[in-house]
Design a protein around this ligand. Structure first.
Ligand SMILES: Cc1cc2nc3c(=O)[nH]c(=O)nc-3n(C[C@H](O)[C@H](O)[C@H](O)COP(=O)(O)OP(=O)(O)OC[C@H]3O[C@@H](n4cnc5c(N)ncnc54)[C@H](O)[C@@H]3O)c2cc1C
Length: 455
């Protein structure tokens, strides 16, 4: 056994980035991945093909020199393009500041780039087709479905939301707290192909949203001119008295091509002509679950640590799950830098204390943003509030909207962004509900009222 050996379970986004950070520090790193090497395989259909990469994720990539490479492949998204049922479109910028935008990147492209980078270090190895089945929290021994067992100085589990390592900790550690909360909504990925010559059939530099109160569709651009759409819809129909008179669309009610076409023609008529494989995609792609997982502790006496989705899976409505997991890696690395030969138990303890309050905050923010994207972006008061925020960001260097604090302020903990953002939002919604046009407002007066909140 190498005295500096680390076993990572899961070569997804967090595990692959972590392997670079640790290899760079000279640890002997072995990454065990249940699936085959994605560099030799077709991407699995329907598994979030692209993701929004923003400042926290970029900051973590920057430290290992991977930011410029990834951003060269990314499509910038400068705002939300809201699509009405009548086909009307309205762009709500993410920020009033230059250079504050999010980036659509390919999940597999990013994962592959990270693995290729890790492979440059002779002390980092990927072992594929090895499914972890158990961890002994007393010895740190990991067992695999193949019968293999592995011992190392420590284990870091980046094995995703269904983490078997977390399940082993739950079984073996008395008092281990675990909660999972699933939305009534699931998701399904759909596709808009590129236009002639790889052109974009919708505005290229936007995240498109079709908000319909009880459900919504979004679309993110891909580098090749296509868009990946995600439909967020209830699994089951509400009884009519709860559905508020609205159509009771649900995955359960969309059982054949006729119902799917009828649903899309009624709700997303401008998107339908752009989706030639709509019906095939709808039935071929799986319906995913959306949930929040919280657990504690993340640290099994220095023998193992949960990191990324295994510790804190969140719903995707702030586009932060990966960004947060990358920030996890950066924070952990920051603690190792002063640790010399690490005392894993105390490093993990400190890491967990630093991160938990922030991962809880982003979990709550992400759930709140689901309701905002689905219900409120079409609300005129909310739209005025976004317009006011854009104006404030253009004129007041000290003003950052909640979205900007979460997405563009890598220096601000999520918990602070949550607290400040919610207080600001409440005041601005109140101000915007009393005017029909934000140009009627005195920006200095609004800025003063914000300052009085004393955040
Ligand atoms: C629809 C959707 C959209 C999203 N959009 C965004 C977005 O725009 N921006 C953003 O920041 N985040 C987004 N996310 C969240 C993001 O996908 C996750 O937060 C991120 O993938 C977490 O990385 P991870 O490495 O912890 O887990 P994962 O990426 O899930 O990786 C886990 C890895 O562990 C492997 N594994 C699992 N079990 C085992 C086992 N038993 N043994 C060995 N290996 C195992 C898996 O095969 C996988 O490779 C989205 C999520 C969803 C569902």
């Amino acid at each position: 056994m190498n005295s500096n050996s680390v076993t990572i379970i899961g070569a997804g986004l967090a595990g692959s980035l972590l392997s670079i950070y640790l290899a760079r520090r000279g640890f002997s790193v072995s990454v065990f991945e249940a699936r085959g090497d994605m560099r030799n395989a077709e991407v699995e259909a329907g598994r979030s093909i692209n993701l929004a990469l923003s400042d926290r994720g970029i900051a973590a990539l920057r430290e290992v020199g991977m930011d410029a490479f990834m951003l060269a492949e990314a499509v910038p998204m400068r705002g939300r393009m809201i699509h009405g049922v009548d086909g009307g479109q309205k762009l709500l910028p993410y920020s009033g500041r230059e250079g504050e935008y999010i980036n659509s990147v390919s999940r597999s492209g990013l994962n592959i780039a990270l693995m290729n980078e890790a492979d440059k270090y002779p002390n980092s190895t990927f072992i594929f087709n090895e499914r972890c089945t158990d961890l002994d929290t007393a010895t740190g021994e990991v067992s695999f479905a193949s019968g293999r067992t592995v011992r190392s100085d420590t284990v870091i589990a980046t094995d995703g939301a269904g983490s078997p390592v977390r399940q082993a900790m739950q079984r073996q550690m008395p008092g281990f707290e675990f909660s999972s909360r699933f939305l009534d909504h699931g998701y399904k990925e759909l596709h808009i192909p590129p236009g002639p010559g790889g052109s974009f059939l919708l505005e290229k530099n936007a995240l498109h949203i079709w908000p319909r109160h009880r459900f919504m569709m979004i679309a993110l651009p891909n580098h090749d001119g296509s868009f990946t759409c995600t439909l967020f819809l209830a699994h089951k129909s509400d009884p009519p008295e709860l559905a508020g008179g609205q159509s009771e669309w649900s995955f359960e009610s969309l059982t054949d091509s006729e119902s799917v076409i009828n649903f899309f023609n009624t709700e997303f008529p401008d998107a339908v002509p752009l989706m030639p494989t709509l019906v095939e995609d709808f039935f071929a792609n799986p319906t995913g679950q959306l949930g929040t997982i919280k657990c504690w502790p993340w640290n099994a006496g220095g023998k193992a640590l949960l990191l990324g989705d295994s510790a804190h899976a969140i719903v995707p409505f702030y586009g932060q799950g990966m960004n947060c997991s990358f920030e996890d890696v950066r924070v952990l690395d920051g603690l190792l830098s002063s640790a010399g030969q690490p005392d894993w138990a105390s490093v993990y303890e400190e890491y967990s204390e630093l991160r938990k309050v922030n991962t809880d905050a982003i979990a709550d923010l992400a759930e709140e943003n689901f309701y905002e994207m689905r219900d409120r972006v079409a609300d005129p008061v909310f739209q005025r509030k976004r317009e006011l925020e854009t104006r404030l960001e253009q004129t007041d260097p000290d003003y950052f909207s909640k979205y900007s604090m979460v997405t563009f302020r890598e220096d601000m903990p999520y918990s602070e962004a949550h607290r400040r953002g919610n207080a600001q939002d409440e005041l601005l919604m109140q101000i915007c509900s009393s005017v029909d046009d934000v140009s009627e407002l005195d920006l200095n007066d609004v800025a003063e009222r914000l300052r009085q909140l004393d955040l």
